[in-house]
Write a protein that binds this ligand. Structure first.
Ligand SMILES: NC(=O)c1ccc[n+]([C@@H]2O[C@H](COP(=O)([O-])OP(=O)(O)OC[C@H]3O[C@@H](n4cnc5c(N)ncnc54)[C@H](OP(=O)(O)O)[C@@H]3O)[C@@H](O)[C@H]2O)c1
Length: 279
């Protein structure tokens, strides 16, 4: 099986590349915005499966740079889907829980809901999903939650929840987390391990990650408690999302039906933190 990973120098793609010995052309070897460059790379690599991780993944940056990020997230995904579709290559495309922000649903989100993303990044990811299916009907779309690891692989790698938490605990820094924010947070190593089963999934959209019923503030409060630490450095951020509470937590029922399981957010966070911080 020849596995091609786009965005192989990024947070998720680099870990997938290493775990599955995938082929990871650099940005300069395959620019996803440039259709010809994508076609040339596909002709050379002749992949059987593509995991598409290349993207503009910073939500704030996408909002500030809507045109540039649209090219990367939407047109880039279209180019990859066209290349896969015409060759019968299986496409696994990374989407995001942010597509759910804004549809007013208070429960954990399911894949079948109608969506009205409230930010530019969410809108781009939803349109990228649509174009994946339009040009490659065998696409598997993974709606990923916020992912973390205990280590940074490369200097330029973006930060993550666990690294920020570990640093705050170590240095006794103040931490403030929103009370009006509900989302899953997932150990990237499990997301990578479970991909083996994703390769066998039928085409479709799947929520992919750990479930979480607690707000971000409650999650951190309970994480400190489970780890035997005091709450003194933690405060509530009551302002963020106060006007429009954010619920992007996802229901993993469909994924479970297909035999793929993640532990819940809090238990896994506590396990990973205790193992890497104290032991
Ligand atoms: N990390 C998370 O918590 C998270 C959560 C939900 C969804 N996701 C989604 O999961 C996917 C992977 O996220 P990530 O965190 O691994 O992203 P990331 O660390 O920001 O990596 C993005 C990758 O895309 C590459 N890239 C950017 N523009 C490109 C272009 N024009 N042509 C080719 N490559 C290009 C970058 O290469 P250069 O650095 O060389 O430009 C980098 O390797 C994305 O679709 C993201 O939206 C991530």
């Amino acid at each position: 099986m020849r596995l091609l990973i786009t965005g192989g120098s990024g947070f998720f793609g680099s870990r997938i590349g290493e775990a599955y010995q995938g082929i990871c052309p650099g940005h300069d070897e395959m620019d996803i915005i440039d259709r010809e460059s994508v076609e040339e790379a596909f002709e050379k690599i002749k992949p059987d499966i593509v995991v598409h991780c290349a993207a503009a993944s910073d939500v704030g940056w996408c909002g500030r740079n809507p045109e540039e990020s649209w090219k990367m997230n939407v047109e880039g995904t279209e180019n990859i889907a066209r290349a896969c579709g015409k060759r019968g290559v299986k496409l696994i495309s990374c989407s995001s829980d942010q597509v759910y922000f804004g549809n007013g649903q208070k429960e954990a989100h399911k894949e079948t809901e109608e969506l009205f993303p409230a930010n530019e990044y969410g809108r781009q990811k939803l349109e990228a999903e649509r174009r994946s299916f339009l040009y490659c009907k065998d696409s598997i779309i993974l709606r990923l939650s916020w992912m973390y690891d205990t280590e940074k692989r490369m200097e330029k790698e973006h930060g993550n929840f666990m690294l920020a938490f570990m640093e705050a605990v170590k240095e006794g820094k103040a931490m403030s987390y929103p009370v009006h924010d509900y989302r899953g947070i997932t150990d990237v190593r499990l997301a990578v391990d479970n991909l083996e089963k994703v390769f066998e999934l039928p085409a479709g959209i799947y929520n992919y990650g750990s479930e979480n019923n607690y707000s971000s503030y409650e999650t951190v409060y309970r994480l400190l408690e489970k780890s035997g630490l005091q709450h003194g450095q933690l405060s509530k951020n009551e302002e963020a999302f106060a006007a429009d509470p954010r619920n992007i937590r996802m229901d993993m029922g469909k994924l479970r039906e297909h035999g793929i399981e993640f532990p819940d957010t809090l238990n896994r966070l506590a396990e990973v933190f205790i193992q890497s911080f104290f032991l």
